[in-house]
Design a protein around this ligand. Structure first.
Ligand code: ATP
Length: 374
């Protein structure tokens, strides 16, 4: 399976610049996800690879074969790219059986009828639906229709699979099952896959690597672990998982250990970070709720320990979720300690916080609640 190379991709619609200088390489057999909020340019990127959009600038090559090179006037039509595509709407023909639906792309490619039979059977077999080839789409469940759409994309052995929010029409339970099944299938087939979603959990569960997009730019490319544990920017930390953002000022340094006076409470916390910040810089300390602990007891030696008051607590299954007041801000904590109220210590290890140069600008209505949910 080939590599996908995208270089300096840009796309404008009239005056509207929706992709800016996007560059990435997808490795052979990789499951690569474009993740971001609605309108950030995920589908436009995918459609440029598919040949459904003409990029304004940049180049795209698959397996070394140029698909697009805007400066050289190269544009390979979509039907010559041999890519498999599945969209959110499965777009199956309702008046045709499943087998006939799968025959359509083969007819276009002028595959002989006898060979078609084997290919259709094999493709349906891959998605576990070989027995249902004579049914019509309305005789299948949503999840089964989704598998047929995938089989139709696989039936002509595409070089790369492009999936645009393919699971978003399924209900939550089915979606989780489909996710596990899709991951297994992709691994078995070893097919290079580009996946578009705005669902961070889906992206974390499925991907070998994730590209987080914002406003037409790629702000970080990394493994799910890197994206979650080492977000390159506060926007990534806020979009993937939940995070508390505490603004402050650097008041001291010892190697990679920085002391930061928090605006909210005046407390000084220690944060381990390789970020090049200096004393007097305005910064943001970001800590995930599960990296914070509330306790009535002494915290571990060397940890940050701040005085807070519990505002609310609730049991969320296996853990407790607390809102605690730290000075004039509210901080969210996911803790194993239940039943706490009143004055508690908020504890976290200096290596469990992230440090960002500059203060995160928050909208007026969120100044008090600095936890940005997804
Ligand atoms: N044909 C078009 N003409 C004009 N603007 C467009 C066109 N297609 C997309 N856009 C704009 O480009 C921007 C990016 O759209 P795109 O569909 O790539 O976003 P997305 O991240 O996939 O969002 P969603 O998750 O909502 O599909 C949006 O602001 C959208 O309105």
């Amino acid at each position: 399976m080939p590599e996908v190379t995208v270089k300096n991709l840009a796309k404008t619609f009239g005056d509207n610049s929706v992709l800016r200088d996007v560059t990435f390489t997808i490795k052979d057999g990789e499951f690569f996800t474009l993740l971001g909020a609605s309108g950030c340019g995920k589908s436009t990127t995918l459609n440029c690879i598919a040949g459904l959009e003409h990029p304004t600038e940049g180049s795209i090559a698959v397996g070394g074969r140029p698909f697009v090179d805007a400066s050289a006037g190269v544009f390979l039509p979509p039907e010559e790219r041999n890519l498999g595509m599945v969209f959110q709407s499965y777009a199956l023909w309702p008046h045709m059986t499943i087998a006939k639906n799968l025959a359509l792309p083969l007819n276009i490619r002028k595959v002989p009828k006898e060979k078609q039979k084997t290919l259709i059977h094999d493709a349906l077999d891959k998605v576990g639906l070989a027995e249902l080839s004579a049914r019509y789409p309305h005789q299948l469940s949503g999840g089964q229709q989704q598998r047929v759409a995938l089989a139709r994309a696989l039936v002509y052995s595409p070089t790369v699979l492009l999936l645009d929010e393919p699971l978003s029409n399924l209900d939550a339970k089915l979606r989780e099952q489909a996710r596990a099944w899709l991951k297994r299938l992709q691994e078995e087939l070893g097919i290079t896959t580009v996946y578009v979603t705005h669902d961070q959990e889906e992206a974390l569960a499925l991907s070998d690597r994730i590209a987080v997009m914002e406003g037409g730019n790629m702000i970080q490319i990394g493994t799910p672990h890197e994206i979650y544990e080492r977000p390159a920017a506060p926007a990534v930390a806020a979009f993937v998982g939940r995070c508390n953002f505490l603004t402050g000022k650097v008041v001291g340094q010892d190697g990679n250990r920085h002391s930061v006076r928090l605006d909210a409470s005046g407390d000084v916390v220690r944060v381990d970070s390789e970020r090049p910040v200096v004393v007097d810089d305005s910064v943001t300390v970001a800590v995930r709720p599960e990296r914070l602990e509330v306790t009535a007891a002494e915290g571990a030696a060397g940890a940050n320990r701040l005085s807070t008051q519990v505002i609310t607590s609730s049991y969320v299954g296996s853990r407790y979720e607390y809102d605690v007041r730290l000075g004039d801000q509210v901080v969210q904590v996911l803790s194993g300690n239940g039943g706490l109220s009143g004055e508690v210590a908020l504890v976290f290890d200096p290596s469990h916080a992230l440090l960002y140069a500059d203060r995160v600008e928050l909208p007026e209505d969120q100044r008090d609640l600095l936890t940005v949910a997804k």
